[in-house]
Every structure is written in C-alpha cells, then in structure tokens.
Design a protein around this ligand. Structure first.
Ligand code: IPD
Ligand code: CA
Ligand code: CA
Length: 271
C-alpha cells in the first residue's frame, strides 16, 4: 500500500482505538507541572502507532511526544513526528476537542500531514504538492484578510504571562477577537480552513505543529517562528501561522519591533 494511504488508514485506526479506551477508567499523571498532564491513553496511542509503523516500515524513524525518538537529529530517510493526543487537557476535561497529529517527512522534506479530530471524526490531511482535505473535501486556497477583520487563535495563558503580554495583547486588540481551542494542531488546521486568520503562540514542540504545518502549506498559509524563520522538526519554537496578509502584518507591525526582546526567548519562553 502507498505510504500516504497507509498513514491515513493508521491514524483512523488509532482514533478507533482511542475512542474504545475512553469507555474505561483513565489514569492521569502530571509531567513538568500540575497543569501538564499525560494519561495512559496518550501513551497507549503512541505505542500503538509506533508498533504498527515499525512492523510495516522497520527503517522509518519515529519522534513521538510520549518518549519515542527524542534523540533523532538525523532527518535522512522517512521520519514520522507524532502527537498521540494534542489537547490532553481537553481530552481529560471535555472528552472532545483533541486530535491525533502526524507529520511525515522524507529526507527532512514535508511529505504528508494528518490531524484527526477524533470525537468529531474529522480528518484533515494533505500530501505535499497534492492539496489539503477535510475528510474527502478539497480545501480552497486560503484568502488574505485584514487583521482588524480577523478572528485569531491565541492561548489565554500566554496572554496572561507578564513578560510576553506587551507583544501579544496589541495583536488581540487590533484583531476582531481571539479564540482559544486548546489544541495547537487543530488551531493550525483552523487557519488552513480559514476559520482562524492566524494562530500565535510562544512555544510549541515539533509534534504540535508538524502535521498541521504540512496541511497549512498546501492551502497557501505561512508558518514561521516569531523571528520570521521557518519551523523545523528538530527544535521547539515560537509559532505564527496565518494567511499571507495577516502573517505579514503580524510580523511587520508586532514582531519585528520587538526582535531584540524576542530573540533570546522565542524557543523557550516561560512567564
Ligand atoms: C498542547 C496543546 C496546547 C498548546 C500547548 C501544547 P498537548 O499540547 O497543543 O493547545 O497550547 O503548548 O503543549 O500537551 O495537549 O499535547
Ligand atoms: Ca501537543
Ligand atoms: Ca500530546
């Protein structure tokens, strides 16, 4: 089977598996802080994907949030970047609004992206160069908007983080309004569908953005860090994704004037 079709089928299977696990008791642990949660389901979904991929493609490398491949730095060959549940807090508190995110890269170049909104049963997917889809519907190229007429995505925790507030709050003030969905992968694909004009966040890991970024590029969206540099799957980074016009406005009017301030912080900003 073709790699793209294989991956598409696999992410849907992982979703089935995940939904079944939700009918049993869920074990919750904290990670770096009391609000950073991981569950047995995050771990089981990553392990399921890892075992399946390695059985079918023993030479593929896998980077997963819950422990696989964190030492992978050589991007030769095929690399899968996996977040088994993006939006774990939503998973725990809402039982919806979370996604399985997968980006596949060949020799470091984007090959395919998958963001599966598990409870809505909506799969966003793209093979680089062949367009992006929401389930079976081809997504239109995204349209430019003005920031003042745009709804943007931003996590309120970052807006409340004292040191970065002076950079982020004016962007929200200028926009029509901001929304927070609690899953970076979903917020990036909402930019791809045009539901959001931009999504801005100080710190993401490659598994948060790898799948969504590939989907977004297929519809003409732009993804960079706060300095305007491209995102890479070997490093965490700050992230600005948007349609071309809004991305340009955010960079020029709100990020560039703060370059000196943002430079040391853009990969690991904490309040
Ligand atoms: C988190 C979500 C959240 C974003 C965090 C991520 P997780 O991923 O994408 O929306 O604000 O930065 O860490 O922990 O739920 O996989
Ligand atoms: Ca994540
Ligand atoms: Ca996760």
């Amino acid at each position: 089977m073709h790699l793209y079709d294989y991956a598409k089928q696999l992410v849907l299977e992982a979703g089935n598996h995940l939904r079944k696990m939700m009918s049993e008791a869920i074990d919750i642990e904290t990670k770096s802080n009391p609000n950073d949660l991981v569950t047995n389901v995050d771990k089981a979904v990553e392990q399921f994907l890892f075992d399946e991929i390695k059985t079918t493609y023993p030479n593929h490398q896998i980077i997963g949030e819950e422990g696989h491949g964190h030492d992978v730095h050589d991007l030769k060959g095929t690399v899968w970047v996996i977040d088994p549940i993006d939006g774990t807090l939503n998973f725990v508190h809402q039982s919806e609004n979370f996604a399985i995110s997968i980006g596949i890269f060949k020799d470091g170049k984007p090959y395919a992206g998958f963001v599966y909104d598990v409870m809505a049963d909506t799969l966003y997917h793209a093979k680089a160069g062949f367009g992006a889809y929401k389930n079976e519907r081809l997504l239109e190229p995204i349209k430019d908007t003005q920031l003042a007429q745009s709804v943007i995505g931003m996590n309120p925790n970052w807006l409340a983080a004292k040191k970065i507030t002076p950079v982020l709050a004016p962007i929200v003030s200028e926009s029509r309004t901001a929304r927070a969905y609690g899953s970076a992968a979903l917020e990036i694909v909402y930019v791809a569908t045009g539901q959001l004009a931009a999504y801005i966040t100080p710190r993401l890991q490659p598994w948060d953005f790898a799948g969504g970024m590939i989907i977004l590029h297929e519809v003409g969206g732009v993804a960079t860090n706060f300095m305007g540099d491209p995102l890479t799957i070997t490093h965490p980074d700050s992230v600005v994704v948007g349609n071309q016009a809004v991305h340009k406005t955010i960079m020029k009017q709100y990020m560039q004037p703060h370059h000196d301030f943002l430079a040391p912080w853009h990969t690991n900003y904490r309040s």
